[in-house]
Design a protein around this ligand. Structure first.
Ligand SMILES: Nc1ncnc2c1ncn2[C@@H]1O[C@H](COP(=O)(O)OP(=O)(O)OP(=O)(O)O)[C@@H](O)[C@H]1O
Length: 717
């Protein structure tokens, strides 16, 4: 096949020559076209940027000219402008990841989490890993020297020594291959150990002070915490472990290879400064050029991870709401959303690939061609400049002396092998630059996540806020564009006084919409409170405030501390949550089996509880150890009754019931309320069912306009 191709090429060339075309001219033309295309490709982004800048400055001028017209716009229009300005400021404030001081500080913080002490499992692994890396460098040098000796004996036709060296060469292969395999094994172990530390730290933060809720509901900085906690942490840990060997090994290689090359040159009586100096100059110059032309991989990779996370989020939403989507027949909309998320990811990946295309070309040009050429010069320098070689070529004495030739061959082979290893080391160091920049992207994401978790757990939230002090009529105080939660939560440790007191507490949504400007009431034990009002008037929001999910922006909230082994408040939502686990775990949630044992609650007691909520047939049908997907196996009403069973298991002082019996039949509902009251549980009920009114003594009525009435419930009226 190659013969056929060369024949065809030769024929083509002949034809061109016959027509009077010079092949050299054609190849020069192709080369210069490629060069011009490349220069255009390199300079295109700068030209584009310039053009954009010019365009935006023209637009700004126009905007200034139109300013007076805009000032006369409606109030709504003005708000829209302000919104845009604020969004732009927030966007500007988001720092792009890259190789800068912030990256160093973030990495330092994460390393402190991954390696918490000087003496720990991770430092042990790092120590053994480093030892293996050094051993491999020594082995590489030894193997290079052996290859040189083998070539020397071939040139000398010394069969005995050749066979001996060959046996040694095979002998060294066993430890060498073991060390190679060990390096990979330790790298994986290290990555897993780092990941474990990070995950443990993240989970601890995630489950402190309901951060898992607040991070997605009150703060706007993290969109896909699940992706960050799984994928990004894993990639970050693997990158760090991989980079450690990718950076340390080439450094050892370069140091030791440099020393042994200098030693060989010295043995050849050549100048040992010129070669390394030339190598250093070429490598540092090319490295500088590559740094300048390198795309911003950190930013690109970070955005790719973002889009990956979004795609995953859309997938998990479809899985969670599969039944609802199927009933609605919403596959078209969901398909569109999924395709859109996927194509956004594809666009980003394509952008990275096309930027890599040109960068890899420059990289390969320097690393493969410029460096090899420099290496050839470096290797030949000692031979060409050895003092005992005459300028006109080898002396007669040398020509006659076979051993000098074989020694030069040995030097050349060893030096060439060492230089190949050295070039490989530098190439790895250079490609590590790309990896470090990509690592900067992941470092920024992981460290950013920890920062947000830290902030959120102490009540510091950041969100793009459109509201400010004027729009909230001074009810909320703002600092740096963010609302300040200056309300106080005071826990009362007094068994005699188990009241819940709200003093001038506003009900404010996470978007700073004021639902109720001021709410003042006192709920005492045994005071069963009915909460009513139109949709969206703030009924559930009041429960969110009482449970500590939403911050308090003003006033004071007094809450009793949990006591007598009972929780103070227990919330039951309209859509009950079924956990992963056995039937027993559904009833005792959020207690564990161990907690249940400690409370000395027997299975008979659980059966009794199930009977109250008319679910005793489930315990006879399935055992308490039965593990099922309870979310899908129980009906809507059954799930609500199971949630109420939890209330009878925990027996709290206050029950926050948020339309939690809407799917339960009226007779069962009445018996549930009767039993709860008999158990001494104070009921705070949100309901639209008049049948439940008779179980309450007080009523809190919201009017949906921010007003409210708190009064005694007159069941007759
Ligand atoms: N996480 C949230 N972020 C922003 N706004 C929210 C959030 N949750 C609720 N809101 C808003 O707060 C207001 C009060 O909501 P809430 O859930 O308290 O209403 P509700 O009185 O319980 O209504 P319903 O009877 O329909 O359940 C609504 O306007 C709602 O849009």
């Amino acid at each position: 096949m190659p013969a056929v191709v060369s024949k065809l090429l030769a024929d083509a060339v002949d034809t061109y020559e016959r027509r009077g075309n010079n092949v050299k001219v054609i190849s020069k033309t192709i080369l210069s076209t490629a060069m011009i295309a490349y220069v255009v490709k390199i300079s295109y982004p700068y030209i584009k940027k310039r053009l954009k800048q010019k365009k935006s400055s023209i637009n700004n001028d126009n905007a200034n000219n139109n300013n007076n017209i805009k000032k006369t716009k409606s109030k709504f229009g003005k708000n829209e402008d302000e919104k845009e300005v604020k969004l732009k400021i927030v966007q500007r404030k988001i720092k792009q990841p890259g190789l800068n001081l912030e990256f160093v500080l973030q990495l330092k913080h994460l390393v402190e989490i991954m390696i918490p002490r000087l003496v720990c499992r991770e430092t042990g692994l790092l120590g053994v890993h480093t030892l293996c890396l050094i051993s491999r460098t020594f082995l590489s040098i030894y193997v290079a020297a052996m290859e040189g000796a083998i070539v020397k004996y071939i040139v000398r036709k010394d069969v005995k020594n050749f066979i001996w060296m060959l046996m040694k060469w095979f002998g060294i292969a066993i430890p060498a291959t073991f060390i190679n395999s060990m390096i990979r094994y330790l790298e994986n172990k290290l990555a897993l150990a780092f990941r474990t530390r990070l995950v443990e730290h993240a989970y601890k933060q995630y489950f402190t002070n309901q951060t898992y809720y607040k991070v997605s509901n009150l703060d706007g900085r993290i969109q896909n915490a699940d992706h960050l906690l799984t994928e990004d942490i894993s990639i970050f840990a693997s990158s760090v472990a991989h980079l450690y060997s990718h950076l340390t090994k080439p450094c050892f290689d370069l140091m030791l290879i440099g020393l042994s090359l200098a030693h060989s040159s010295y043995k050849m009586k050549a100048n040992i400064v010129n070669g390394p100096l030339l190598g250093f100059f070429v490598i540092s110059t090319t490295a500088h050029i590559m740094r300048i032309v390198s795309p911003k991989f950190g930013q690109l990779v970070s955005e790719e991870a973002n889009r990956n996370g979004y795609l995953r989020h859309i997938h998990s939403r479809i899985i969670t709401n599969a039944e609802e989507i199927a009933f609605y027949g919403g596959h078209k909309v969901e398909h569109l959303q999924l395709s859109d998320a996927y194509s956004r990811l594809c666009r980003q990946m394509n952008k990275i690939y096309s930027q890599k295309l040109w960068f890899v070309m420059v990289e390969q040009f320097f690393m493969k061609y410029v460096w090899s050429g420099t290496g050839m010069v470096m290797v030949s320098l000692p031979i060409l400049t050895t003092s005992n070689l005459s300028k006109d070529g080898p002396s007669n004495e040398d020509n006659n002396n076979g051993s000098r030739v074989s020694e030069r061959t040995q030097y050349f082979t060893t030096a060439r092998n060492l230089l190949i290893s050295g070039a490989d080391a530098v190439e790895r160091l250079m490609s590590s630059y790309k990896e470090i920049v990509a690592l900067a992207g992941y470092t920024s994401r992981v460290s950013g996540m920890f920062q947000v978790f830290d902030d959120v757990s102490i009540g510091v939230y950041k969100k793009t806020m459109v509201a400010d002090e004027t729009t909230t009529q001074g009810i909320i105080e703002f600092r740096n564009g963010q609302p300040v939660a200056k309300g106080k939560v005071i826990y009362i440790d007094d068994l005699e006084n188990m009241s819940i007191i709200l003093k001038d507490v506003p009900v404010v949504t996470p978007n700073c919409d004021i639902v109720v400007p001021k709410l003042t009431l006192k709920i005492e034990p045994g005071m069963h409170l009915l909460i009513t009002g139109p949709n969206g008037c703030g009924k559930s929001s009041l429960f969110r405030i009482l449970s500590g999910l939403w911050p308090i922006y003003d006033g004071e909230l007094y809450l009793p501390k949990s006591c007598e082994n009972k929780p103070c408040m227990f919330y039951i939502p309209q859509r009950p949550y079924m956990s992963i686990g056995s039937l027993r775990e559904q009833i005792i949630y959020p207690d564990t089996l161990e907690d249940m044992m400690n409370k000395q609650i027997s299975e008979d007691k659980l059966r009794e509880i199930l009977k109250i909520v008319s679910l005793d047939y489930i315990a006879t049908r399935d055992s308490f150890d039965e593990i099922r997907d309870w979310k899908d196996t129980l009906s809507g009403g059954e799930k609500q009754r199971m949630a109420i069973a939890r209330l009878f298991y925990h027996k709290p002082h206050y029950a926050l019931l948020d339309e939690c019996t809407s799917a339960v039949s009226i007779d069962v509902e009445s018996s549930i309320y009767e039993t709860a009251k008999n158990m001494g549980i104070t009921l705070l009920t949100i309901t639209h069912r008049p049948t439940l009114w008779k179980f309450h003594t007080k009523i809190l009525k919201f009017d949906g306009m921010g007003g409210w009435v708190f009064e005694t419930l007159n069941n007759d009226s």
